[in-house]
Design a protein around this ligand. Structure first.
Ligand code: BG6
Length: 499
């Protein structure tokens, strides 16, 4: 275990401490952090939940989660015991004052024991209905007063619409200052996503061509082979637009389209990202069908396995109109990107799991090579592969060896795992580390969240009032409905299959 005296003693409270997110993601990430990087010298993890559990039972559950999901694999008893010493369980109702006074008393005890002030992190790993409640009680208990010492963390979805997101943000702001609110989008913790800024702004090579003069269009694909995996209850109310586009895909769009930041200051970067969202051309209600298409999977195959349709999934209405696929075209109205389409698509039960951003460059202004030299000719492109192949590919034309001049597209590849020896932290690890350092760079600010909702509201409103007659409109294991091809082909563009 590595510890660092410079990081403030920390009380890491998880509401929903007996839940799945805590077991699967948060505690394994904290364990990995303690293994590979420095953790606060004094750290207590307090899991708060309704069910009756002893500290020992909770630790056992967490140990099991760490064995299953941490990067370290199965953990030796000795190492686990050392880590588990700091874990406590507190049974409590999230809507009762006593829960919060007990928490406050516990923080006080730890301050005495450690002879130091503590920083308090309150992580809401609860169902979204609690997001509006917990901050209120924390505020009333006086646990949100000290700006530098108290932080609240919220998972997506931040609201179900622009209005509900605004309401939620107002609720947070009643108890916490914006600088204390950490809205998690785990995509921002992925190494390959963080690398987009390094690629663009730490090299003088790409920025001069990263604009409308050279770029013809951009595609952002986040494809999943999995279905909804026992999350029917949540997903059927959310759908792909809320679940993926409003957050993950919008964040990727921001990173690709933003202007260079002046410094690495959290607000400077977040300002530049918010500028992108503000520049997205609003989609009018009567244009929704030209800019956005939706799909829902029917039965089909996932690899060699037969899989059921979305409507047959557990927890889903048998006549559900929820979309499991979205493709959309966005235009960013500014000097850099005027008239360059950004195509976004995401879906469940697609042929493969893959997240990729493709920057498709324009054709050369004049083809000086003989026609027969360039039959195979393709414009250059950069593929930023977020997952599972983490890396970047630059595709360009090369001369084939031989006496004749024949051109062929070739790839220059950078692969993370080959270039670096690791460790390769998981997204949650990186984000929890930032959280303990009070670094909000990779967290969403309220204005960004609201700007993203603002773009999508006309789509949601039109979809709410028009029944998707053709659902299900794609078979599981295919690349989504035909209308997604139509959307991009209208301008002679195409989705590029995973590299
Ligand atoms: C979550 C969505 O935010 O991201 C899930 O709620 C989705 O529906 C998941 O499966 C995808 O994350 P990743 O890291 O596996 O691409």
């Amino acid at each position: 275990m590595k510890s660092d005296e410079k990081i403030m003693p920390t009380v890491f409270t998880i509401f929903g401490g007996a839940g799945d997110l805590t077991w699967r993601k948060l505690v394994p990430a904290l364990y990995d952090l303690s293994h590979d990087r420095s953790m606060p010298h004094h750290l207590a993890i307090i899991a708060v939940d309704r069910v009756a559990l002893t500290d020992e039972q909770l630790r056992k559950r967490f140990h099991d989660g760490v064995n299953k999901f941490s990067r370290q694999g199965v953990v030796s008893d000795k190492k686990w015991d050392q880590f588990a010493l700091n874990i406590y369980y507190q049974q409590g109702d999230f809507k009762k004052k006593e829960t919060y006074s007990a928490l406050k008393a516990q923080c006080g005890k730890l301050e005495k024991k450690w002879k130091s002030k503590v920083q308090m992190i309150f992580y809401m790993a609860t169902p979204p209905v609690m997001f509006g409640e917990i901050p209120k009680y924390l505020g009333e208990a006086g646990l949100s007063n000290e700006r530098g010492l108290s932080r609240i963390v919220v998972e997506k979805p931040i609201g179900y619409s622009l209005e509900s997101a605004k309401e939620l943000n107002r609720t947070f702001n009643r108890s916490f200052h914006e600088s204390q609110i950490f809205r998690i989008d785990h995509y921002l913790g992925k190494e390959t996503v963080q690398n987009i800024l390094a690629f663009r702004f730490a090299n003088p090579l790409f920025e001069p061509i990263w604009n409308r003069r050279y770029v013809q269009y951009v595609t952002i694909t986040v494809a999943e082979a999995l279905g909804i995996e026992h999350r029917g209850g949540y997903y059927d109310k959310a759908g792909a637009l809320r679940d993926m586009v409003q957050n993950h895909l919008m964040q990727l769009l921001c990173l690709v389209a933003m202007e260079p930041m002046v410094s690495f200051d959290a607000d400077e970067i977040r300002n530049k990202k918010a500028d992108v969202l503000h520049a997205v051309r609003p989609i009018r209600h009567n244009e929704v069908n030209q800019y956005v298409v939706r799909g829902q999977y029917g039965s089909g195959r996932s690899g060699s396995k037969k899989v059921c349709s979305y409507r047959e999934e557990e927890g889903v209405n048998s006549d559900s109109e929820t979309e499991t696929f979205v493709a959309m075209k966005l235009l960013v109205d500014n000097w850099r990107w005027q008239d360059v389409p950004f195509y976004l698509r995401t879906g469940k039960r697609l042929p493969t799991q893959c997240s990729e951003i493709v920057i498709q460059f324009r054709a050369v202004p004049h083809r000086s090579f003989p026609k027969e030299a360039s039959l195979d000719w393709q414009p250059a492109r950069i593929v930023i592969s977020i997952q599972p192949d983490e890396g970047i590919i630059l595709r360009f034309q090369a001369k084939q060896p031989g006496p004749k001049v024949l051109l062929k597209p070739v790839d220059m590849r950078f692969n993370y795992r080959e270039s670096f020896s690791g460790p390769f932290p998981e997204a949650y690890e990186t984000l929890l580390w930032d959280l303990m350092q009070n670094d909000a760079t990779e967290f969403m600010r309220s204005d960004q969240v609201e700007a993203a909702w603002n773009i999508l509201m006309p789509v949601l409103e039109v979809w709410d009032s028009t029944k998707p007659e053709d659902f299900p409109n794609y078979a599981a294991g295919t690349w989504g409905p035909e209308c997604a091809e139509w959307l991009i082909e209208q301008q002679g563009h195409r989705w590029i299959l995973p590299a």
